[in-house]
Design a protein around this ligand. Structure first.
Ligand SMILES: [Zn+2]
Ligand SMILES: [Zn+2]
Length: 157
């Protein structure tokens, strides 16, 4: 009898150990995801960073810059939202923000660095993650197939 009880106890211990390892692994993955999320920079944070370094201003002729935006090649109009970089080059706010997000974090004219490398890198990581999530459409037929399979087995019962 005592042998049986210790056997049952041992099996129980084994199950608990496996469960604990499983929970631990889940926890590690969870923490890892959390920390990797805080490391990346969202587009909103990225824009905020640009804003801090190069605040939005309203264009007026006293700014004494070349009269047009080199990104969209159109002339500035009085009162338009613009950003003036450290290199004294001026661009439309929207044009520059899009350029800094999609192309390079440098001045479109003289290539002077606008944002630190680590900020750009973290933002790129975030964008890549986003495009991975959005790019899950390829898996949709497979998910539908699984759902349909699940329904069929349910009906058969
Ligand atoms: Zn422009
Ligand atoms: Zn410049």
């Amino acid at each position: 009898m005592t042998v049986d009880i210790s056997n049952v106890f041992q099996k129980l211990c084994n199950k608990i150990a496996i469960l604990l390892i499983f929970v631990l692994v889940e926890l590690i993955i969870f923490i890892w995801k959390l920390t990797s999320d805080t490391q990346s920079i969202t587009t909103r944070q990225y824009i905020k960073f640009i804003e801090e370094k190069n605040p939005t201003i309203r264009y007026n002729k006293k700014l004494n810059s070349h009269g047009d935006c080199s990104v969209c090649l159109s002339e500035f109009e009085e009162g338009e939202k613009v950003r003036r970089l450290k290199c004294k080059h001026t661009f439309h706010k929207d044009c520059l923000d899009k350029w800094l997000q999609d192309y390079f974090a440098t001045c479109p004219l003289c290539r002077e660095q606008v944002l630190p490398d680590n900020v750009v890198l973290k933002h790129r990581q975030q964008r890549n993650q986003q495009s991975n999530i959005e790019g899950n459409d390829e898996n949709l037929p497979y998910v539908l197939f699984l759902l349909r399979g699940g329904n069929n087995s349910h009906l058969r019962r």
